[in-house]
Ligand binder design. Sequence first.
Ligand SMILES: Cc1cc2nc3c(=O)[nH]c(=O)nc-3n(C[C@H](O)[C@H](O)[C@H](O)COP(=O)(O)OP(=O)(O)OC[C@H]3O[C@@H](n4cnc5c(N)ncnc54)[C@H](O)[C@@H]3O)c2cc1C
Length: 341
Amino acid sequence: MDSGVTAMETLLVLLHTESDGALARSAIETLGLARTLGMPFSVGLAGADVKAAADSIAACGATRFVGVAGAEFAPSRYSTDAAAAEALARTAGATVILAPATSRWNRVMPGVAHRLGGRADTHATGVSAADGSLRVTRWYYRQRMEAVIERAHRPWVILVEGGCGEALTLAAGTASVEMVAVEAHSRTEVSGFQSPKTGQQTIRPDAELLFVTGAGWSKNQADGKPHVEEAESLILGFLEATQASLGSSKSLVDLSGEGQAVLGFLSHLNQIGQTGATPRHRKGLATCCHGEEPHVVGWRFVTERRAVNLDANCGWARGKADVVYVADAFEVMAQVNALLR
Ligand SMILES: Cc1cc2nc3c(=O)[nH]c(=O)nc-3n(C[C@H](O)[C@H](O)[C@H](O)COP(=O)(O)OP(=O)(O)OC[C@H]3O[C@@H](n4cnc5c(N)ncnc54)[C@H](O)[C@@H]3O)c2cc1C
């Protein structure tokens, strides 16, 4: 606990509910991070109905729960989300607002900071309180440099990346939520979702394992022919059995984007690396992927890395993976899937 910071700041943990009324894992992680600061905090909740979510974290230690609820706050929509967030921040008198970096909050919170006359920092990977000040850790230049930043300006909105706080397990209770009335008018009507062209949901940020596919899956194999259908069924079989999240190298995603007959369930959203995503799964398994630096830089936060490659001299073997299986990924994954069944 840093009493200097405690005395100076009014901390708000700002969360939104999901479509089922519950809180996402990243919301609970942000709450876990707030608790490590050792200072009192309020929780602000926005959504169609926030009571169940508040009850699920009643034991989190918050001094106050404030909420904005109503059907208009159910969908992700700039105008209503921003209005709810602004009202919650003002009601709590927040000087520091910690919010999970969900696509929903990422979209509105910089604008909300502007409305509040504050500042926003995105992609925070850590927040700590020491020597009378609050410090935020974040990475720059595609996760190559880590910086610790402080700000004198308030309010300070901090968007916290997933996987950076403890996903608390809290006993449910009954939270008393002060409801804040917000008049939110919008010309935008949310009529539904349009997903990228992928047929199935393969990106699972909360999964324990990241399974990465590389261009090798689409290349000619030992018999001189590609085996794309077999590759599809092996990859989907593994994902189905393990509920792992699917990542890809840029080469394979680009092939898919060009409309070639390769792994139709991949889109650029699956791409890991310098020009792709930097996910935070605990384990990663790369298959048929060479492990070049622009790809592997996206593995920065994957703790335990393994790769299957025919090439004993692939990039993974040069210090980028903990374990490299020099083997045919088609054979390995067929065996693995058989064992999983
Ligand atoms: C500015 C810039 C940004 C980039 N950003 C990214 C990025 O964000 N993400 C990214 O991924 N790339 C990025 N790249 C591209 C990157 O440099 C590589 O070209 C790309 O990652 C290679 O993809 P790959 O390993 O799947 O394909 P390849 O290099 O073609 O490797 C295929 C691998 O499959 C193996 N293989 C083949 N058959 C089998 C089998 N049966 N069993 C096991 N292994 C097999 C081969 O041995 C080979 O190692 C970027 C490049 C540049 C210049």
